[in-house]
Design a protein around this ligand. Structure first.
Ligand code: COA
Length: 173
């Protein structure tokens, strides 16, 4: 198995796998154009024979914060270390960019605990994530995901302030 940066030729495999798990909210739905536009965020895993096994993306907010998104392994390849290898590659990429904190929202915190992530009890402590995704999410006020971060949660944000994010999260709560 090997892990490498995605190419545009991987976009269809990524699109199909990510959206196969978007119906129940496990992953955010991504349209094909969005996958293509952001394909350079993605890392993929493939078998020695070149078969697509899974993917994950690192979204850069800025020098203060990145986010692991759309990490998923094909059902038949689970439990063989593929997800762990993908996550390690994304974390290495964030380090190459000198980013101090990587965040994510998940329903399976146990998997990420073992890779150094810790729970962030106040979602509004990650205003950039709230403004990028949560504000348009139908589950904003009944979010069942755990916010997590690896590294120190930054005090700065670029898409909105923490105070504004707190207000947004509290409206309707
Ligand atoms: C989460 C996921 C990417 C892990 O990929 P993987 O290749 O199976 O992971 P690895 O083989 O590297 O690691 C397996 C370990 O993670 C644990 N793990 C895997 N899925 C888990 C889950 N849903 N909940 C808790 N732990 C989990 C396994 O128990 C296993 O532990 P073990 O080594 O002690 O047996 C994969 O299960 C997946 O695609 N899940 C559906 C998509 C998803 O939920 N993505 C996360 C969105 S934030």
């Amino acid at each position: 198995m090997r892990v490498r940066k995605a190419r545009l030729q991987d976009a269809t495999d990524i699109y199909e796998l990510v959206n196969s798990l978007s119906h129940d909210g496990t992953l955010l739905r991504r349209v094909f154009a969005e996958i293509c536009e952001n394909v350079r965020d993605f890392t993929v895993a493939e078998s020695d024979a070149g078969a697509f096994l899974g993917c994950g993306a690192l979204h850069l907010y800025g020098p203060h914060l990145a986010e692991v998104r759309s990490i998923v392994v094909k059902p038949e390849a689970k439990g063989q270390g593929v997800g762990g290898r993908l996550l390690a590659a994304l974390l290495e990429e964030s380090e190459e960019h000198g980013i101090g904190c990587v965040c994510l929202f998940t329903r399976i915190p146990e998997f990420f605990f073992r890779h150094g992530f810790r729970e962030v009890t106040e979602r509004a402590a990650l205003p950039d994530k709230i403004y990028k995704d949560c504000q348009n999410c139908p589950r904003l006020f009944r979010c069942d995901e755990v916010a997590m971060a690896r590294g120190q949660v930054p005090r700065v944000s670029i898409l909105g302030t923490r105070a504004e994010a707190e207000q947004l999260v509290q409206i309707g709560a």
